[in-house]
Design a binder for this molecule. Structure first.
Ligand code: PMT
Length: 219
């Protein structure tokens, strides 16, 4: 089913966490495994799309050899890689859990544990998806929202602020949703629509998301 429905389309997907270096041995990261993004990449490829997958550190592997995988580490690197391709994509899906802050300076040597307290100054990282939204010409943009409270309000706010066509909400309040699990539970919002889905495997969630994207492209 659905084979060939994305034939001729180029889909760019961000996946996984980013790691922001503190010193040569330490980083700030998060619990993203990359599973959601890799499932989306596999499903888009199955539907005939050219797939560009830009992933932070992840141990996920790909089955489809045609997916173009670009591994990055930090938010800055992810931003630069996305914009190598941005003009030429039809659909952009941001499932990466990008660090919002990074150490202002990376210590050249391993930080010694001399003091009882250690303060690390953090600065904002680039918002990759927001930048994509600002530079949008023809691209159909899909964001994710990972929330713990005021979920729907926050998701709709991100849809608006980042100039997206569609946003996928997952809440850490739902058992089996979000990070690491093989399952997820989502709600999809556009400016005018809302659709709620049951808890299911990330492979099935990827199908639901791409079905929804395809239905929007036909409008
Ligand atoms: O990788 P898994 O373990 O399978 O987990 C999947 C997931 C929980 C990571 C995924 O489903 C998900 O929700 N990804 C988005 C996580 C996130 O960072 O959400 P956010 O609400 O903080 O960000 C909103 C959107 O802006 C996201 O599309 C995010 O990719 C993007 N963003 C955020 C910050 C930033 N600096 N750059 C971005 O592009």
């Amino acid at each position: 089913t659905h084979s060939g429905t994305l034939e001729g389309k180029t889909v760019l997907i961000t996946a996984g966490p980013t790691y922001e270096a503190i010193d040569p041995v330490r980083f700030i990261g998060n619990h993203s495994s990359g599973k959601m993004g890799f499932s989306l990449a596999e499903e888009a490829a199955r539907r005939g799309a050219r797939v560009i997958l830009i992933s932070g550190p992840s141990s996920q592997t790909l089955h489809n050899q045609n997916i173009e995988l670009h591994k990055v580490t930090s938010a800055k690197e992810m931003l630069a890689k996305v914009f190598e391709f941005y003009d030429r994509i039809d659909i952009g899906i941001a499932s990466a859990a990008v660090a919002d802050y990074a150490p202002k300076e990376v210590a050249k040597e391993k930080i010694k544990k001399n003091d009882d307290n250690l303060t690390i100054e953090l600065v904002k990282t680039p918002d990759i998806l927001k930048t994509m939204g600002e530079k949008k010409t023809h691209q159909f943009l899909v964001g994710f929202a990972l929330e713990t409270q005021n979920e729907e309000e926050n998701a709709k706010g991100k849809l608006e602020k980042k100039n997206l066509d569609m946003i996928v909400l997952n809440s850490l309040r739902d058992e089996g949703a979000g990070f690491k699990n093989d399952t997820n539970k989502i709600k999809i919002f556009t400016k005018t629509e809302k659709k709620e889905f049951d808890l299911k495997s990330k492979d099935s969630v990827a199908k639901d998301i791409l079905n929804f994207v395809e239905s929007q492209l036909l409008k």
